[in-house]
Design a protein around this ligand. Structure first.
Ligand code: SF4
Ligand SMILES: [Zn+2]
Length: 100
């Protein structure tokens, strides 16, 4: 699978986990949906395209400060939990981290 598409799937999965756990919402709440839409749009318009590195390590930081902090909070929360919810995706995520 292409890198951007794979990151979109990981992001979507993580935000869903976060919303379910933190906001007790079965479907994405409005705030999480807005953050997901924003993040997917960033990925669609990433200036590096398929050669992009991991957003966390990016020097461009195309996210607004507020959105970047929100997404980092979700990553910190979901990172350790991903291994339970979606081991395959978590392992891919780890490999991506190591290769970047
Ligand atoms: S933070 Fe960097 S790598 Fe991530 S989408 Fe924005 S420009 Fe691309
Ligand atoms: Zn939510």
């Amino acid at each position: 699978m292409q890198k951007i598409e794979s990151e979109k799937q990981t992001l979507t999965r993580m935000i869903k986990i976060y919303c379910r756990k933190k906001h007790r919402s079965k479907v994405l709440c409005d705030d999480c949906q807005a953050l997901l839409d924003y993040s997917l749009n960033r990925l669609d318009h990433c200036r590096y395209g398929e050669s992009k590195g991991f957003c966390n390590h990016c020097t461009t930081h195309c996210y607004s400060k507020v959105k970047r902090e929100e997404i980092q909070k979700i990553m910190r929360f979901c990172g350790p939990r991903m291994i339970c919810y979606d081991p395959i995706m978590a392992i891919k995520h780890l490999f991506r981290l190591k290769s970047n």
